[in-house]
Design a protein around this ligand. Structure first.
Ligand SMILES: *[C@@H]1O[C@H](CO)[C@@H](O)[C@H](O)[C@H]1NC(C)=O
Length: 121
């Protein structure tokens, strides 16, 4: 009975994980301005697999973003700003909050997949 659990878990959770990671249907808030909140959202292009929130002084940017480009140097060049905080995340409309702690989505996914692999082999 115990060994039945793993295939069942795999069958249930793996498709769900890939679903979360699938591209082209992510929604993000998209604005630029000095307002606290962004009320406009868009469906991102397929190459944008994350949302970004950038705060540079009083100016804020909300947009779709490529997760691989979610690092200080790229953002600095793209927005032509040098003193800023940012946050990238990979869930629908996740870039609304001014909480700038970096997203943990990817590390969590990777560790879940690793644990599943360790359990099954
Ligand atoms: C996203 O945009 C749609 C269409 O503009 C709007 O109806 C919806 O309320 C928005 N969702 C959020 C969470 O702002």
């Amino acid at each position: 009975m115990k060994y039945l659990l793993i295939p069942v878990l795999l069958a249930v959770f793996l498709p769900a994980l890939f679903c979360l990671e699938s591209q082209g249907t992510l929604k993000c808030f998209k604005c630029t301005g000095m307002q606290e909140q962004c009320n406009t959202n868009v469906t991102c292009p397929a190459n944008a697999d994350s949302c970004i929130f950038v705060k540079a002084g009083v100016t804020r940017h909300w947009d779709c973003w490529t997760y691989a480009n979610c690092h200080h140097a790229f953002i600095e060049t793209h927005y032509k700003i040098d003193n800023f905080e940012f946050k990238c995340c990979k869930k629908d409309l996740c870039n609304d909050s001014p909480n700038l702690a970096s997203s943990m989505t990817l590390p969590i996914l990777v560790s879940v997949l690793t644990i599943i692999q360790m359990l099954s082999f």
